[in-house]
Design a protein around this ligand. Structure first.
Ligand code: DGY
Length: 312
């Protein structure tokens, strides 16, 4: 019998359909719909999105499950320990979304520091009075230090971008390693978290959400940043303590915040909506056609390999 693949989405591109031709028993049903729920006990592979948390209860109900595929690099929505205990591998989509996510972080950086949303709103309002010497002044970037939390592929890709703007990248990594990080055109120092925070005019998050990084940026950590620092988050919402960030934005300690991810997304704390000096995006990090197609291909190759490894 062919493996029964239960996916919550057709994904982008042809890859899932092609996988369905090789392994014909493919069902696409919305997450937690009655159809999905009733197919779960027979599913041998689950394909889910980053917004679809799988629980230990789901694993218990999915007695035939052999692999979980997630259409994301992040795996914080999956029960990792329970999967490991049951010998269920996880297939995710690393590397193919690196450049797209770093691009989006750069877009947020420029949007926040050059006040693009305010500028665009002014023009669209029809009330732009014309050029003025002190209109919508932003923050210059050349020569500033950019703290990068996470020295993985996306953090290094973002370092290349800020380096090209004349900024100095500075890394922190979860393993607490010292030494230097090679990021292509240059190398940058790795620093302990507090030291990095004290030196960073811009702070960009590029580490996964784990028990160790949840609220890594709490009030005390944020207070280590220089006054006027800008925070960018394209990683995961739970890493930044949003209450603390909102309070410190209000007090003026933070100069701006650019968010692509939120602790309870798709719900967004309503205080962000009216907060000044913010740019808010709807989790667009990997949202290019090329990247989403590449993610589909990588995921489906990984699932086919798992079926090949464990046999039909
Ligand atoms: C992922 O794949 O985990 C990213 O958050 C997508 O933007």
């Amino acid at each position: 019998m062919s493996p029964r693949i239960l996916s919550t989405s057709p994904l982008v591109g042809q890859a899932l359909g092609e996988l369905g031709e090789a392994f014909p028993d493919l069902l696409i049903a919305p997450f937690r719909s009655p159809a999905w729920q009733s197919a779960l006990p027979l599913a041998e592979a689950l394909v889910v999105l980053l917004s679809e948390p799988i629980t230990e209860t789901d694993l218990a109900a999915a007695g035939r499950l052999r692999v979980i595929g997630t259409y994301s690099v992040g795996i914080n929505h999956l029960p990792l320990q329970a999967c490991a205990d049951r010998g269920i591998p996880i297939v995710n989509t690393p590397d193919v979304l690196t450049e797209a996510t770093a691009d989006l972080s750069l877009a947020l950086l420029l949007a926040v520091t050059r006040r693009l949303s305010e500028g665009e709103a002014l023009v669209r309002s029809g009330t732009w009075p014309g050029w003025a010497p002190d209109q919508l002044l932003g923050m210059g970037l050349a020569g500033r230090t950019c703290g990068i939390l996470g020295a993985g592929a996306i953090g290094r890709a973002f370092a290349r971008r800020v380096w090209s703007l004349g900024m100095k990248p500075l890394f922190w990594d979860r393993e607490g390693r010292g030494g230097h990080v090679e990021f292509g055109p240059g190398t940058a120092e790795r620093a302990p978290l507090n030291s990095l925070l004290r030196r960073s005019s811009i702070l960009s998050l590029h580490c996964p959400l784990t028990a160790a990084t949840r609220h890594l940026l709490d009030r005390d950590a944020l207070l280590e940043l220089p006054t006027g620092a800008v925070i960018l988050n394209t990683a995961r919402g739970g890493i930044l303590d949003e209450n603390a960030a909102l309070a410190l934005l209000e007090s003026g300690h933070l100069g701006g915040v650019g968010l692509d991810v939120y602790a309870g997304e798709p719900a967004v704390d309503p205080r962000w909506i009216t907060a000044p000096r913010t740019v808010l995006l709807p989790h667009l990090g990997s949202a290019t056609v090329e990247t989403r197609e590449a993610m589909s291909r990588l995921l489906c190759v990984g699932l086919a390999q798992e079926f090949g490894r464990t046999g039909r």
